[in-house]
Design a protein around this ligand. Structure first.
Ligand code: SF4
Ligand code: SF4
Length: 92
């Protein structure tokens, strides 16, 4: 197997990735998944700012946010920071 065929799971700790992080779908790291209560959410966008992986996107055409589960690592920061307590971390 060549280096280019390795997945992120086969890279040793502190190993160097050879391609952009956008090409690794790191969402499969997660154990817990953020699920939003649409009734409680005030669209304040704080979760968008706090997500360390940029996995929550503001969609102006919908006037709403969207989680990108391909990149969400399930850290729970969004749930912790949400002032409306609209995000619940659920076991995948
Ligand atoms: S932080 Fe909470 S209330 Fe604000 S947009 Fe995110 S889910 Fe909605
Ligand atoms: S759980 Fe973490 S990675 Fe996933 S959307 Fe929330 S803040 Fe971002």
């Amino acid at each position: 197997m060549t280096a280019k065929e390795k997945s992120w799971k086969e890279i040793s700790p502190a190993g160097v990735c050879w391609k952009s992080s956008t090409q690794f779908l790191t969402g499969d790291w997660k154990t817990y998944k953020p699920v939003r209560d649409l009734e409680k959410c005030t669209r304040c966008l704080l979760c968008v700012l706090f997500c360390p992986d940029g996995a929550i996107h503001w969609k102006p055409e919908k006037g709403d946010i969207e989680f990108d589960y391909n990149f969400c690592k399930g850290c729970g920061i969004c749930a912790n920071e949400c002032p409306a307590k609209a995000i619940e971390m659920k076991l995948e």
